[in-house]
Structure formats: C-alpha cells, structure tokens
Design a protein around this ligand. Structure first.
Ligand code: PLP
Length: 392
C-alpha cells in the first residue's frame, strides 16, 4: 500500500515508492504538470493491455468487453467526487465538458453570463461565440488574484444583474494556482437563481472536493492532470435537474435525451475505450495515497521551492501563500528579467521545464510539481533558476 484511504492523513506515505511508480521524466525536469501529467506505470500498462485486447476483436472487445466496466467506473468516480453516478459523463477533457455546458444551456438574446478574465481561454471564447451568434451578453468580473475571498465574492456580487443567468467559475486559476471561494460564489448564484459552471480542471483530485456540497449545476474536469488517468480523459457532472434542459454538444446516436447518456458513450461517436480503461487503476493509485495526503504533499513542495528561492533578487510570487488551499500551482516573475527568455534558458541550458504564462498585465513562469517529484528535484530547479537569473 502506498498510503491511506482518501480521508486519512495519519498514515505515512512512502514518497520514494510513489516516485518509483511513475515513468522517469527525461530529458527535462517536468515542472509543468498543471498542463498534463504522466500517468503512473500501472495506468500506462492498463492502457497498453486494453489497446491490445481491442485489436483482437475491436467491435466486441471494445463496446461489449471494456465498456461493460463503465457503470462501475462511474460509481468509483462518484465516490471520489461525492456525486451521483447517474450525473457523470465521461469525455475527452475539460475543454469538451466546458463546451457542453457553455453551448448546452438554453439562453436567449439579452441573457447575461458572468465570467472573469482568469477563466480558461477556450471557455471565454465559447461564451464570446454565443454573444456573437445569439446576442447573449458576457459580463466580465474583474478582481486581483491576490485579493481576499471577501473582495472576490463582493466583485461577483456587484456584477449580478436581474438577467444574469449563468456564473462561470474557475476553482483553481490555472495561471497562478489561486483557489477561488467557489462554494460561497455558488451559494450567491443560487440566491439569485443563477446557474453555475465550475471549471475544476486544476482542483479535482488535487484538493478534497465534494460536488454535492458545492451544489453547482455543472462540474467539469480533466482526469489527466491530478488524478493520473491517461491523457485524453475528462469528466462532466451535470446536476440531475439540469440534464433534461441541456443540449448535448454532439447530436446523440440514441434518443435518450433525458439521461446523462446523451453527453457520453456512443453519443460521442467512436472513442478510445483503451484510454478509459486506464481511469480505474488511476483511481486506485490515487486512493491508495489519499487526496488529503496528495494535497498536503503538493502544497509542501510548492512552499519548499519558494522558501529556497526567497533570496533571489527581485523574486515575485503571484500566488497567495497564506492559505490552506495552496496546491501544486504557482506563478513567479523576477523583476527586470524577461520571463520568455528565462523560460528558454531554463529549458535549453538547464533542462528544466516551467511554463511561461501571460494574461493581461500578469506574466511569469508557472511552476507545478507533482507527487512523483521530491525536494531534490526542486533543488535542481532553484539552483538552475539562481544561475539563469545571474546570467540574465
Ligand atoms: C482551469 C482549466 N480549465 C480547462 C482546461 C482545459 O483542460 P483540457 O486540456 O483537459 O481540455 C485547463 C487546462 O490546463 C485548465 O487549467
């Protein structure tokens, strides 16, 4: 056993064994796990086995063989997310789930939607399309990512109008790792009869989450970031009461328009069942450590590298650190140092991969370790950063 059940924190996790359970990362030190993370070896193997199994008799082995496990897989995901299995649709990624919600909620010209500049760019583009094509109005709530939770809730609150129909919320902002007070924002939206979409691509499986307690209408995530499922897996949770009224993104094969099935399975056309076969081992692996331990470890790794880099001249951290919500994702910049050039130097001269991110005036390098990494990896990164900054 790697560790505890999801809710236990007392059991010691053997992080060296966790590391050995992943494919070695080379040639780069991979500090961009917020984009996509490597699956544990056991997950990789499950996909290979399933892919070979499919090849022997695709139609039968895929649709009747592998897919027979999907109801049980959904029950396991429902336990992890604390929601009902019949509210879960499996798809390829968070972008797809977001598009289902964005294009599927019936709206009329003049209806208003609240977004923030920090939401995922393709989600913002989706709402922009509806504005152009259908005449809905997209209102942008502005707030500083270092502002307090109270200030952020106040910003959303003052942006609500009588015709606001949807609040689009990002749980953990992918630029800086800031965690928004989504539970409070959802409660606010409900008071006004506003539907809510929660983009949890960065927070699901990284932080303990209960979809039931959040009470949102749409909960969207990828499974290939923090859960460790194979690349190309996503999950959409649609509140039972919203299923009937939401249009599927793709015209469904079956006319089962009042169940969650219209958003997944055959209704997405032919998809890769071998990739889905990797979700179950990913859940088992994740649960053997426990989400509380995972979050604590990721937070500790972030605090570790930031403490070690603290004396670098001009270091600026754009992620709030005085919070229990801190996870693996943070953004930094160095005063007077070009962030694009620094990203390139770290990669070319030191084989360290961090990610340049820019939105509006906020720019810097995003650092996101994963549970297979350790303090020694972060020492390599900070030493490289120190040397690169010295030469800049
Ligand atoms: C907040 C957020 N939403 C959505 C996405 C899109 O996820 P996917 O690549 O799984 O479509 C990402 C990806 O980084 C993200 O960080």
């Amino acid at each position: 056993m790697l560790g505890s059940t999801p809710c236990e924190t007392s059991v010691e996790v053997d992080w060296t064994r966790v590391r050995e359970s992943y494919p070695a990362q080379h040639p780069l030190l991979n500090l961009n796990n917020a984009a996509v993370s490597p699956p544990p070896l056991v997950v990789e193997q499950a996909v290979i086995d399933a892919f070979r199994f499919i090849g022997k008799n695709p139609d039968v082995n895929m649709w009747s063989g592998l897919d027979a496990r999907l109801p049980d897989l959904k029950r396991q995901l429902a336990t992890l997310a604390d929601c009902s299995a019949d509210e879960i649709a499996l798809n390829r990624n968070a972008s797809e789930g977001l598009s289902v919600a964005i294009f599927g909620i019936p709206l009329s010209a003049g209806d208003r939607v609240l977004v923030s500049p920090w939401d995922y760019p393709s989600a913002l583009q989706g709402w922009q399309q509806r504005e152009t094509r259908e005449g809905i109005v997209v209102d942008t709530v502005t707030f500083d990512l270092l502002a307090s939770d109270d200030e952020i809730v106040a910003a959303y609150s003052s942006a609500i109008r009588p015709v606001t129909r949807v609040m689009h919320l990002t749980h953990m902002i992918h630029w800086t790792g800031r965690v928004l007070p989504v539970a409070r924002l959802i409660a606010l939206a409900r008071q006004h009869g506003i539907a809510t979409i929660v983009d949890a691509a960065q927070s699901f499986a990284q932080l303990p989450i209960s979809v039931r307690l959040l009470g949102c209408d749409f909960f969207v995530t990828s499974l290939h970031k923090w859960l460790g499922a194979p690349v190309g897996n996503g999950m959409l949770v649609v509140n039972r009461e919203c299923i009937n009224g939401t249009w599927p993104l793709l015209a469904p094969f079956d006319a089962t328009l009042d169940t969650i099935d219209k958003f997944d399975h055959w209704n997405l056309g032919t998809y890769n069942s071998a990739l889905q076969a990797g979700i179950e081992p990913a859940i088992r692996f994740h649960q053997s450590i426990g989400v509380t331990n995972i979050h604590a470890r990721l937070s500790a790794l972030t605090r570790y590298w930031i403490a070690r880099a603290a004396d670098i001249d001009g270091l600026r951290i754009h992620t709030p650190l005085d919070t229990d919500a801190l996870g693996a994702v943070s953004l930094f910049s160095i005063d007077g140092v070009d962030a694009v050039a620094l990203e390139a130097t770290l990669r070319q001269s030191f084989s360290v991969h961090v990610k340049y991110r820019r939105v509006g005036q906020l720019e810097g390098l995003r650092v996101s370790p994963h549970i297979y990494m350790n303090e020694a990896d972060l020492d390599v990164f900070v030493d490289a950063l120190r040397a690169a900054v010295k030469d800049a």
